[in-house]
Design a protein around this ligand. Structure first.
Ligand SMILES: [Fe+2]
Length: 385
């Protein structure tokens, strides 16, 4: 065994957290040496008024800015390539992303190409980025992806209809500005879907083959916070619940950025590439089918996850406790009124073999607690269908 294989790491960006934290975003960009900001967002965030506010804070610091808002859910390769042209043309020197996972991943893609050049597909996979990226500040507007604290970016390869996972410590943002106020303008169905993404991050990081004592506490606490706050965040959007979900998302992001993910994400990525299904919805549907198969490979950890979800496991065997986590997930999905089957979100059964072919090579499969052959992956899709 190579000595490096036994080493573990734990990396997080600087985090500025709290109500009103967005007001610090100009100072953050300036502190990183920026003079001209490339500001990445999407039309929904723009319409919600958060960009006007961000611009005010940039101007307070005498920063110039160039706005790029051509971003959609499941961001595309050509948007990244279009973005970097504008970044270079305008002579920007710092990137600020305000939005959910899509603008933040687009910003990471632009950052990669700004200093490494070529096309974004060249950087798919693990540690393919040689040159440091420009300074990157992110302000998340959803409590879901955790992209503001992770070394992941997921971009759709439009030619192959496939999501590319880019994994490199070079793309961990410099500063994450987390202001729970920004969640107030999100529609309830999006809070539900992104919340299930957070839950899946925490589950997968906790049972990952790379999990360790620096990642486990964050994963467990994230699960506890989702169990406590997600339904209230969706139903009432109370500030207490939104703050709880903001922390859940942060901690789940910190856990999975360092411990990586598992089969749920490996199977969810082709769904995004084929159908443009919301990533959180895809995870919510696939999570029970994957957990059911993973359980025997990590019984103790799934029993702990069940407790974090609120299951009363007293008097149960460890196997029973672990199995009880499935009921917890099911009840949560019911309360959130999310779809439970792939057939409900337009997935065609005939696409399962092609999706399984792609899922088996997804980078997230490497850290699942067990490995799955392609036939078993088809079975998991079929069970979720
Ligand atoms: Fe995710």
């Amino acid at each position: 065994m190579n000595q490096d294989d036994s080493l573990l790491k734990f990396e997080v960006p600087e985090i500025i957290y709290g109500l009103g934290a967005l007001g610090k975003i100009g100072q953050c960009a300036k502190r990183l040496g920026g003079e001209k900001v490339f500001l990445v967002t999407d039309p929904g965030i723009l319409a919600a008024g958060w960009i006007d506010e961000t611009i005010k804070y940039l101007e307070q610091e005498d920063l110039e800015y160039v706005l790029y808002d051509n971003v959609v859910t499941n961001p595309r390769d050509f948007q990244v390539e279009q973005g970097v042209q504008l970044y270079l043309q305008k002579g920007c020197d710092v990137i600020v992303a305000v939005g959910g996972g899509s603008p933040i991943d687009t910003a990471k893609g632009v950052a990669i190409l700004a200093s490494n050049h070529g096309s974004i597909s060249e950087y798919e996979g693990c540690n393919k980025i040689d040159q440091p990226i420009p300074p990157l500040v992110c302000a998340p507007t959803t409590a879901g992806t955790g992209a503001d604290v992770t070394q992941f970016a997921v971009i759709t390869d439009t030619r192959k209809r496939m999501k590319m996972t880019i994994l490199s410590r070079a793309i961990t943002p410099d500063i994450s500005v987390v202001d729970p106020n920004l969640l107030k303008t999100k529609p309830p169905e999006l809070i539900a879907a992104t919340g299930m993404d957070t839950l899946t991050h925490a589950f997968e990081a906790y049972v990952s083959s790379l999990s360790w004592s620096m990642t486990d506490p964050h994963a467990i606490h994230a699960v506890e916070l989702v169990a406590k706050h997600l339904v209230d965040a969706v139903k009432y959007r109370s500030l207490t619940a939104l703050e709880g979900m903001s922390i859940a998302c942060l901690e789940a992001g910190i856990a999975f950025s360092n411990a990586i993910l598992g089969a749920v994400h490996a199977l969810a990525h082709p769904l995004g590439g084929f159908y443009d299904i919301h990533h959180g919805v895809a995870n919510a549907i696939l999570l029970p089918a994957v957990v059911r198969r993973n359980i025997e490979h990590s019984i103790e950890k799934y029993a702990r996850l069940a407790i974090a979800m609120g299951s009363d496991t007293r008097g149960m065997t460890q196997e029973e406790a672990a199995m009880s986590v499935l009921g917890c997930i099911d009840r949560l999905t019911d309360e959130l009124q999310l779809p439970k089957k792939l057939s409900e979100v337009g997935v065609r059964r005939k696409d399962i073999p092609s999706m399984a072919d792609r899922a088996q090579y997804d980078i997230c499969m490497l850290t699942n607690p067990c490995t799955y052959e392609v036939d078993e992956i088809k079975n998991i899709y079929a069970e979720a269908w």
